[in-house]
Design a protein around this ligand. Structure first.
Ligand code: ZN
Length: 349
């Protein structure tokens, strides 16, 4: 029986570190295990300029668990972005790329993009600079069911973007459906991040008896058993197009309600690597874990693979219910449940 696993230090290619006191606590969790992260720019004032990105990067680094932690920031794309600042930001590697939020798709996305055509000049810049377009792939419209938002976004917007910018590198973030997995698999220059919760939960874990479990509610919402299986297959079978992105998205417990007025987001940063290890073990694919956690991401982003390693050991332990410090209280995903892997050692040098 395997007692420990040693893998190249991973990166989290999709995480929300928020602001203020919350940032201080959750950044420690993410930087404890990862070498790099993509810190999403949907802060209260979205990160739309290189000045804001540099400030955010500095705050994150100041609050990191180790000084070598490297936060990468995509620019929050809007319909009236300052193109010259954006172009320079990409050239100077202040931005890793651009993040497309369709209007009102998730937390702080009211400044996002309504009409994709209006940001074509921005997409042209990203394509020319060989950077990456990161996409929250959900189409929001009254007549579109919450479970079909990813499919509609792909059919109505992503297909067009793919066609009009064939060399543009795209990441379909937090792939949540078998339809999304199939699209990534059957198109060039596109990859997908996969969260632990989309491999562990189905809609039954969120919606029951006219109430919802707010701690399992996220955007895109978790879907059916078939979708879950398809996402697990994408992650666990040596497929270079998929990599680790927790979409860990903390909210204070006061903002979590058992109805649809709740804030969307699942907080997994405190146990993310252990959750992924457990899933890969369940699938009998621990030997493919490192490729997903530490190799596919940097390869797609054209960045070096990390030098350091981490070690996880086989050990049953119970996840605390909350991350709690001073006025901050966040529900841990999997809180109160047992995990069978524990982060044991990280070489930060
Ligand atoms: Zn996200």
């Amino acid at each position: 029986m395997t007692k420990t696993i040693k893998i190249i230090q991973p990166d989290d290619w999709h995480v929300h570190l928020r602001e203020g006191e919350m940032l201080k606590q959750v950044t420690k969790c993410t930087s404890r295990v990862n070498k790099r992260c993509i810190a999403m720019p949907n802060t209260n004032i979205p990160i739309t300029t290189s000045k804001l990105a540099l400030e955010y990067k500095k705050i994150i680094k100041e609050n990191s668990f180790n000084k070598n932690f490297d936060p990468l920031i995509p620019c929050y794309l809007t319909e009236n972005l300052k193109l010259e600042d954006f172009r320079l930001g990409l050239e100077k590697n202040i931005f890793i790329g651009g993040k497309l939020y369709p209007t009102n798709a998730t937390t702080n996305s009211e400044f996002g993009v309504h009409n994709i055509k209006s940001i074509y000049p921005v997409l042209e810049i990203i394509e020319n600079k060989k950077k990456v377009l990161l996409v929250h792939g959900e189409k929001i419209r009254n007549n579109i069911d919450i479970f079909d938002r990813e499919k509609y976004f792909i059919d109505e917007d992503l297909v067009k973007i793919r066609h009009d910018f064939p060399n543009l590198k795209i990441v379909l973030e937090h792939v949540s459906s078998s339809y999304g997995v199939d699209f990534v698999n059957s198109n060039n220059n596109i990859a997908g991040t996969i969260t632990p919760h989309h491999m562990m939960l189905t809609k039954k874990d969120v919606f029951s008896n006219n109430t919802i479990n707010p701690h399992h509610f996220c955007m895109p919402v978790v879907k059916t058993e078939n979708d879950l299986i398809s996402i697990r297959n994408a992650a666990c079978n040596n497929n270079s197009k998929f990599f680790l992105g927790t979409d860990s998205a903390p909210h204070h417990v006061d903002q979590k309600h058992p109805n649809l007025s709740t804030k969307a987001g699942i907080f997994s940063a405190s146990i993310s690597i252990e959750l992924y290890a457990q899933i890969f073990e369940e699938e009998g694919c621990l030997d493919k874990f490192e490729k997903f956690s530490s190799i596919n991401g940097p390869k797609f982003y054209n960045l070096p693979i990390n030098n350091n390693h981490i070690i996880l050991s086989k050990e049953d332990w119970e996840v605390p219910n909350y991350l709690e410090k001073d006025e901050i209280k966040i529900k841990n995903f999997f809180g109160g449940k047992k995990l069978s892997w524990k982060l044991n050692e990280v070489n930060y040098s």
